[in-house]
Design a protein around this ligand. Sequence first.
Ligand code: AMP
Length: 272
Amino acid sequence: MAAWSAAYHRESVTIGLVPTMGALHAGHRALIRTARLSCDAVVVSLFVNPAQFGPQEDFARYPRKPKADAALCRKEGVDVLFAPPVGEVYPDGFQSTVSVPALARRWEGARRPGHFDGVATVVTKLLAVVRPTVAVFGQKDFQQAALIRRLVEDLDLGARVLVYPTVREADGLALSSRNVYLTPAQRRAAPVLLRALQAGRGAIRCGVRSGPRIQQAMRRIIGEESLAKVEYLAVCDPETLEPLTRVRRHAVLLGAIRIGRIRLIDNLLVKV
Ligand code: AMP
């Protein structure tokens, strides 16, 4: 175990952990501040996890900004910036994996085979090493947060999982380290995803309860933006992430679109 983690535990210092892949932005900063509010010490992990990238994905060119990340962490009073090398997380002979199969089956999991096994495995390792009181994740990655809640409960990993609402640009685009890939024209088109989800929410608020009809309302908006292609727009149960034919108490609207080669995801939680 990391020496600093052992020392914190010896001194009964409570730890708030914020797992990230770096290229930190205001979304990450909000998670850091949430951890700060509930714990004595804040640990930010920075690890671009090769196990959660598919062979055709952007692992090699994922944005890496170690200096700016360190500066942001210093400014936020982060106590430990934990950036282990790949060989330390996955040493020779490493072979164990963690899966949460039902929650990983659809949506992101269906389009990114193996992605959530990579996420679940690395989060399990981070929680084992850091043993935080609280671990903070973003609602931006709704399926990931749902899966991590399940994982932590199933395996008694001991941390309290907090999920912080999505931080957005003024025009509604969810902040993401990958937004830097967008060309100016693509960037202008990108808020269409939130507008589509809002149209779905609007339909629910107007009394529409049929999942397919809500889906249609969302698709119509994406159809108006020639640069955007739908990967999925779904009306789901917020706990199981199974599609709903009818909305009753609540729903999560999950969306993924492609603009050029860039994938964007977003979601809205809607209470009836
Ligand atoms: P990442 O570095 O993209 O793996 O994200 C690290 C954590 O930050 C995850 O829990 C994400 O869900 C969260 N996160 C990313 N973008 C945002 C955002 N715009 N608002 C809130 N949390 C976010």
